[in-house]
Write a new protein. Structure first.
Lengths: 299, 299
């Protein structure tokens, strides 16, 4: 992809992010107890690239579905992602004071409300999908829920975060462990986004499997580049504290193989991911551009 | 109910608790990452009355359903309940060092793993129900999931816990606020247990509504008696730290209206709950006995 296509994608992602944010703004009106709703809105509406929702809508579209049917799930994905970030940032975990350019949730609302806000967003996401998804058969909706529930649990996000915090400060860490952490902490939800979009769009098993392979590969590439940026980008670019990984002796690709080799591997994964979409022809343009963008982004 | 019926119910509840515990033991084999599975099993298999699962199975039975179809949901309810206890016991929340007669989860595994174990059990519960529920139509299973997801979120458990921790140490608290906390922190999951059992059993809307009223009333009575016991029972009887409520200036019925009036109100709620089951005749024996038991229990 050349510079022009890159620019187009950036504009597209920015406009999609604005659309998703407007939907999220409507999705979580302030209710009682006020504090927890304000806390949910604080973390949910404070920026973010909205990559997972964008992938879900694009995935539904590429398989021939109506992306508007996937909008509640796209919003739910962002709520689940935000819930995991709130818990990850807690002092008992990654202990990060900044997120998306603002103080982390627990710095504003306290640790107790932060734990409860994560819990609240978790169930709010699934209930939002249940209440707002239209014209999707019950069997298919069950599968969407199952996919999301699986990817946030021990087989996904939680599993990745457990292994991650267990390896902080430990010098001996191998690449398979780092791959496990990346595949679970990041890959799982990228996969959930793409797979749920395909399920809602009515894709065949074969197509869902191919889309899932695409997602898993770009998910790991995304996290490798995240680690590279953590060591090279500024706090303003990242919206969170840079150099955290090194200070916490985090298990990262750059720490094990260096920045150049990390970037090469991310590129390799992205190229392999793009091949999974060969059969879609022109319909794949957007998902191909997103894959490329993962390697070239600066924040 | 006389002494003999009470004794029979106790024996019944003990045998049901053993059955549920055996099911839970099978339901969560140790997987990878080991720590989080051991932590889940530690909290899940360390005793507990298993009241919510017992109510779910009894509710399915009373409406004419096959209780075995409700067993995965019964187990899931206990997982969700345990997840909420792990988060509630955290230092950032109720800060309780003991639960079910043993050190709380975070005292053994640390705060970070405790947060993640709650998150893990949350999704494990729903996935366990999805994977193991047999012969229940998709529409009905979706409704079971929706009920559970709703009752653990801002409209249920989380909402109650938020208001609870916000009122700790505050002298001015009114009875409606205490009712809100009890109805949400405790009533919601008792309601979820009874309602999901009825849904799985194929109950009509009218029956589900009546069962829900029964559940909401015994749920509040249960929490009022819990507060009374907190001030009068020993640590050995409770399995958790007694007198915690008073020390934390917790919003409780005894603090506002005294122990005698609290006990009278609990009795009134239980009697009213039992009336909701009038039309079931003899089939209601078990649920009537459970309602009575709530007021007469010593731990």
């Amino acid at each position: 992809m050349g510079t022009v296509a890159e620019f187009d994608l950036s504009a597209y992602l920015i406009s999609k992010a604005a659309l998703i944010t407007a939907e999220l703004e409507q999705a979580v009106p302030v209710g009682y107890p006020t504090t927890v709703f304000e806390s949910m809105r604080y973390s949910l509406l404070s920026g973010g690239k909205r990559l997972r929702p964008a992938l879900c809508l694009a995935s539904c579209d590429i398989v021939g579905g109506d992306p508007s049917a996937a909008m509640p799930t796209a919003c739910g994905l962002e709520m689940l992602h935000t819930a995991s970030l709130i818990h990850d940032d807690l002092p008992a975990m990654d202990n990060d004071d900044y997120r998306r350019g603002k103080p982390s949730n627990h710095k504003v609302f306290g640790d107790g409300i932060a734990v409860l806000t994560g819990d609240a967003l978790w169930s709010y996401a699934l209930e939002f999908i249940l209440l707002n998804t239209r014209q999707v058969p019950a069997e298919r909706l069950l599968r969407v829920l199952h996919t999301l529930i699986n990817r946030v649990g021990v087989d996904g996000l939680v599993g990745g975060q457990v292994v991650d915090i267990q390896h902080e400060g430990i010098e001996e860490i191998d690449l398979p462990t780092v791959d496990y952490i990346h595949a679970h902490k990041t890959g799982s939800m990228i996969d959930a986004a793409v797979v749920t979009g395909a399920i809602i769009g009515g894709a065949s098993e074969d197509v869902i499997a191919r889309m899932s392979r695409y997602a898993r590969k770009i998910g790991i590439a995304f996290q490798i580049i995240d680690d590279v940026l953590d060591g090279t980008a500024s706090q303003q670019q990242l919206g969170k504290t840079p150099n955290k990984d090194e200070r916490a002796h985090k298990a990262t690709y750059p720490r094990l193989v260096g920045i150049a080799e990390s970037t090469r591997r991310a590129r390799e994964l992205v190229d392999s991911a793009k091949k999974e979409l060969d059969s879609f022809g022109d319909r794949a343009t957007l998902l191909l551009a997103i894959a490329d963008h993962i390697c070239t982004r600066k924040s």
